[in-house]
Write a protein that binds this ligand. Structure first.
Ligand code: ATP
Ligand code: ATP
Ligand code: MG
Ligand code: MG
Length: 879
């Protein structure tokens, strides 16, 4: 058994529209290819002993134990690997269950597909599952220690999860509102939304958190001063820079007890509370100096009371927590050390910020606190005696949080809401020391110790005691007030032929509305009229570039087969999904071997559409029409034939369609009919002579209309869209050479030859073809090309590519000629193997009124040969 390839899908895909996060393993079973599980002695027993919880997998029988029953009765190893990979992830606490296994057209090679939550963990699970199954096949068992190690490794990978607890809570809230999000690969920022609607956060700061507010909050002394000026109770204190100022400072704040802390500290670092004598003060000063980034140290009066954190979001108090410093409670028997160990055994306690709580570790302040009481770690506490091990209440040093949101006094609420305005923060955590938050601060000598920008949410989202608060919801409300959009319209286009042309045309129609349109094509990525990046950009990466660009208002995405196969769509759903056609091309790649499989793959574009949106489908292609059954969206059809029965039935029921009627590109919705534009006046149709271009125009028209572009804008757009050789080299580039025309097209499959043929046959003069194809096509493809050429051209010049891709020179030409003769023995043809010579000779001899059609190996070379002859006007003529 050998893993040939592991792929990670991240969007709607061939296997599922709903499950985006899938691992696809291409697995060669090798020696196990003809050994179903029931024929492997001891396998069933070994598997059940290793992973008894597989009993919970229902699988196809649909009941408890269903999967294990299949193992006992005999199933292939690929299927077992799928379930084991799922179970390994389940055992480390992940909730998932989707999986599929299919044999490919290579016997014994399977595609094993299963869900993941974390990409790395998913890929790890794939390898571990293969290892586990192999071991049980060979030895009848999988060592317990190995399984334990696998699960530990998985847990460790998950522990390194990139999001902190606060960020994660916000992301989950966004997901629940179907707001898209992604990690910005720099500075741990998270982006929400698409295009112009995007927003960013970094921890709990938003892109509208003011830098002045943040800087003020980080300046504890400045904060206290300004709050003091507004009559808010703050600790009496002062700032010093040198040790010799310490004595005076203590006197200035009214003597002991005092607090010493760094001017710019956080997370309780370098703070000493409740300092009662000079010795302690000296030591505390040094600790604060050490933690301070600049030399400033705060000397403050120490206020007794409990520590509270008041979280304000968007001007409103959304949660209040009391934070209790790390402590243990005696039982009359255990030592403090034992009690700490006992407390740390709580599964909620982990290291750092990732768990709900953090483990307690004894440090300098712990010794001090114990010493003050005359205790050591070996002291046995009385039953119920509370012993504090930290002075400050940070969760990250082992403290706990108690929710007090419902208890805060209205006057304190008012105070908190005023404080954030004074500091200038949209999200802030206010630290208040008071005996009782349900009494006004003034009544019990409470003080505001500091204001935090980027406050942690952990204590509110998962308090140790009391009600959990969804504080992420108000943050998302702040970013996206109810009713405001987070997504830009997405129009996604697929099909075997015509994608780029249709994508460009749709983009052009949207440009008529004045919106900034971002689009991706085989030639490059564009925003408005600007090229962003040249290249074959029809995959999810390029789509993401457009979706994440802050200037883009509409995204029009050519969505090719390769990208969908490799990693799925870049978005969870579009607003309009266009499927132009499905024909035999690219078969045999990526385990897509039949036209039916290809249709299933392209159907992803029709199915991943918003239910309010539209799937735009070609009514003349049965495989595309079948997608109407599978899409959750509304359907709009297009057809060159106004009498097409599918269109008729659809529009009679009030449906939307575009048809070619009486020479017009026409929109129909129920009984409403609009003649949008005369096809012959649209430059891309070459005076109405290129039916497939009319079809593309119909698709574009109905797609734009479905997404709200007005008919008038579409009418104008169709008139002004040209497909020049600069914009789309190799795509129906027509050149007027005075007495005759030349056409360069990179048609590369039977369906596109056929489409091209329809146009060429409409040409009034003589039609001459310069034909050939890439050597890696099959012999029969060349024979076919020969046959088709006879149908299209009056005269044929057979040439070959410079790069024969391994074929002997003349061999491809030989097969083409075979096809020509088979179709029409008396056909007029010639052979000039060298492409440039073939083009030059044919152009030299072209009779008046003729059309020379060139299917070149090198589009740019063919175009420059033509350019050298000074074509009259590059833009195609309109009839
Ligand atoms: P964090 O980042 O957790 O908010 P920090 O390092 O910014 O902490 P402060 O908030 O200034 O430090 O102090 C930490 C805790 O110490 C306060 O929440 C409060 O409980 C206590 N504290 C600080 N100053 C005083 C004071 N003057 N009197 C009483 N307690 C204080
Ligand atoms: P690729 O897969 O190379 O990206 P594409 O689907 O983007 O191709 P276009 O670049 O728009 O297709 O067109 C390529 C060629 O396909 C055209 O020059 C023409 O020969 C042919 N073609 C275009 N539209 C259609 C259509 N609707 N039906 C059949 N053939 C078409
Ligand atoms: Mg604080
Ligand atoms: Mg293309």
């Amino acid at each position: 058994m050998k893993i040939l390839k592991i792929q990670t899908l991240r969007g709607p895909n061939y296997w599922s529209i709903r499950y985006h996060k899938l691992i696809v393993v291409r697995l060669d079973l090798e020696d196990l290819a003809d050994r179903p599980s029931d024929s492997i002695t001891g396998f069933y027993e070994g598997l059940v002993t290793t992973l008894p919880s597989l009993d919970d997998h229902f699988c196809s029988p649909g009941h408890q134990g269903g999967f294990l029953k299949r193992v006992r009765n005999g199933t292939m190893m690929g299927h077992i690997v799928e379930h084991v990979a799922l179970e390994l992830q389940t055992l480390v606490g992940l909730e998932l269950g989707f999986g599929r296994t299919r044999e490919t057209s290579s016997p014994g090679t399977y595609q094993v597909v299963f869900e993941y939550k974390d990409e790395r963990a998913g890929r790890y699970a794939a390898r571990a599952a293969v290892r586990l199954c192999r071991s049980i096949v060979d030895t009848g068992h999988y060592p317990e220690a190995d399984l334990k190690q696998d699960l530990e490794d998985l847990a460790e990978i998950l522990g390194e999860a990139p999001l902190g607890p606060s960020t994660e809570s916000i992301v989950l809230e966004a997901e629940s509102r179907r707001i898209p999000w992604s990690v910005v690969p720099v500075r741990s920022m998270i982006q929400f939304g698409y295009g112009i609607y995007q927003r960013r956060i970094q921890a709990t700061q938003t892109d509208s958190t003011g830098i002045l507010g943040v800087e003020l909050a980080c300046d504890k002394e400045g904060t206290k001063n300004i709050l003091g000026n507004f009559g808010i109770p703050v600790p009496r204190g002062t700032v010093i820079t040198y040790f010799d100022e310490l004595e005076n400072a203590i006197a200035e704040v009214g003597g002991y007890p005092i607090v010493i802390k760094p001017l710019d500290g956080n997370h309780g670092r370098g703070i000493t509370l409740d300092i009662r004598n000079w010795l302690e003060a000296e030591e505390a000063y040094d600790a604060a100096q050490e933690a301070a980034k600049n030399r400033g140290v705060i000397i403050e009066h120490y206020y007794t009371g409990r520590d509270h954190r008041v979280l304000v979001v968007g001007g409103k108090v959304v949660a209040v927590a009391e934070r209790v410093p790390a402590h243990v409670v005696g039982n009359g028997q255990s030592t403090i050390e034992e009690l700490i160990e006992e407390t740390n055994r709580d599964p909620r306690r982990g290291d750092g910020h990732t768990n709900v709580l953090t483990k307690i570790h004894a440090d300098r302040t712990t010794w001090q606190l114990l010493e003050r009481k005359g205790y050591t770690l070996q002291t046995v506490l009385h039953e119920g005696e509370i012993c504090h091990l930290r002075a400050t209440a940070n969760l990250s040093t082992g403290g706990i949080a108690i929710d007090r949101t419902d208890e805060i006094h209205p006057e304190n609420l008012w105070l908190a809401q005023r404080i954030v305005k004074i500091i200038g923060l949209d999200i802030a955590g206010i630290d208040i020391v008071t005996d009782d938050i349900s009494r006004p601060l003034r009544e019990n000598n409470g003080v505001v110790v500091e204001v935090n920008a980027a406050p942690g949410f952990r204590m509110h989202v998962s308090p140790s005691v009391g009600q959990a608060r969804n504080v992420a919801a108000p943050v998302i409300d702040l970013l996206y007030p109810p009713g405001s959009p987070s997504r830009i319209p997405i129009i996604s286009i697929t099909g075997t032929n015509g994608k780029t042309t249709t994508t460009r045309l749709i983009a052009h129609l949207f440009k008529q509305t004045g919106q900034v349109t971002g689009y991706t094509t085989t030639d490059g990525t564009y925003i408005g009229d600007h090229l962003v990046e040249a290249g074959d950009n029809t995959g999810p990466q390029s789509a993401n570039l457009i979706l994440n660009d802050p200037t883009v208002e509409v995204a029009v995405l050519e969505t090719a087969r390769g990208g969908i196969l490799r990693s799925g769509l870049a978005f969870d759903r579009s607003d309009v999904g266009v499927v132009l056609n499905v024909a035999a091309d690219h078969l045999g790649l990526g385990d897509i071997d039949t036209v039916e499989q290809m249709a299933h793959l392209k159907s992803v574009v029709a199915e991943a559409v918003n239910p309010n949106g539209y799937a735009v489908l070609n009514a003349e292609d049965d495989r595309v029409v079948a997608m109407a059954e599978r899409t959750p969206a509304q359907v709009a059809y297009f057809s060159l034939d106004p009498q097409n029965p599918i269109v008729k039935a659809h529009t009679e029921k009030g449906g939307l369609a575009a048809v070619y009627e009486d020479g017009f590109i026409t929109l129909i919705k129920g009984t409403w009919i609009a003649r949008v534009q005369e096809a012959a006046r649209c430059p891309i149709t070459f005076g109405g002579r290129a039916p497939f271009m009319i079809a593309n125009a119909l698709a574009a028209t109905v797609a734009a209309f479905a997404q709200g572009v007005e008919v008038e804008a579409i009418r104008q757009g169709l008139l002004t869209f040209t497909s020049s050789s600069q914009q789309t080299p190799g795509r129906m580039n027509l050149f007027n050479l005075g007495s005759y025309h030349a056409l360069v097209d990179y048609a590369h499959n039977a369906a596109s030859y056929e489409a091209l043929g329809q146009f060429v046959r409409n040409w009034p003069g003589q039609r001459i073809g310069v034909v050939g194809g890439p050597g890696d096509r099959r012999d029969e493809d060349f024979v076919n090309l020969g046959k088709l050429s006879v149908d299209i051209f009056d005269r044929i010049v057979v040439k070959e590519d410079d790069d024969t891709r391994g074929r002997p020179r003349g061999d491809a030409a030989h097969h083409i000629k075979e096809g020509i003769r088979a179709a029409k023995p008396e056909a007029d043809y010639d052979t000039i193997l060298d492409e440039s010579t073939a083009i030059e000779t044919t152009l030299d001899q072209a009779p008046a009124g003729s059309l020379v059609v060139i299917l070149p190996e090198s589009v740019s070379r063919a175009i420059s040969l033509i350019q050298a002859r000074n074509p009259i006007d590059e833009t195609p003529e309109t009839a």
